[in-house]
Write a protein that binds this ligand. Structure first.
Ligand code: NI
Length: 172
């Protein structure tokens, strides 16, 4: 397994819309394993393929708590088929926007249809942290970032900060 470099804001790659996966083969399973490795190394609780520069509709999540057994989950072509009217607020972060956190309000529960790592059709009724994490990661597949839900002023400040950081990194 390989830890892959993460794509960081403001890289325009993060705004690409990812394409559906047509075949679950050894290459795709390797990508899923690399994504899990990259996510655990960061560390994070969710990662979409676009964050390692692959514009395909696959994401990995592990919302197990520290000290608990790991629960790696792979979601291929995930689709939200139902969202609750009830909303919940979580402080979100993103491996592509390191060290920045903000509260985001989203539907509290969602039903998601997807294929698992073996290509089997699955449906999950998610609530709590998993519901938020799934929505955050599925947004990535559509080129949407959690900072799109915060105020324009705050978003512009974050983008400016990361643009500046990227420029000075390039100058080195
Ligand atoms: Ni993210």
């Amino acid at each position: 397994m390989t830890i892959k470099p993460l794509i960081i804001l403001p890289d325009p790659v993060l705004r690409q819309v990812s394409k559906p996966i047509e075949r679950i083969d050894a290459d795709l399973k390797r990508l899923a394993d690399d994504m899990l490795e990259t996510m655990y190394d960061a560390p994070g609780i969710g990662l979409a393929a676009i964050q390692v520069g692959v514009p395909r509709r696959i994401l990995v999540i592990d919302v197990s708590r520290e000290g608990e057994e790991k629960q790696p989950q792979v979601f291929i072509n995930p689709k939200i088929v139902k969202s609750s009217d009830e909303r919940s607020v979580y402080e979100e972060g993103c491996l592509s926007i390191p060290d920045y956190y903000a509260e985001v309000e989203r539907p509290a529960t969602v039903s998601v249809e997807y294929l698992d790592r073996d290509g089997k059709e699955q449906t999950v009724e998610a609530d709590g942290l998993l519901a938020t994490c799934l929505q955050h990661e599925i947004d990535h597949l559509n080129g949407v970032l959690f900072i799109d839900y915060i105020s324009r002023l705050k978003r512009e400040m974050v983008i400016k900060k990361f643009t500046k950081a990227a420029k000075s990194a390039k100058a080195l």
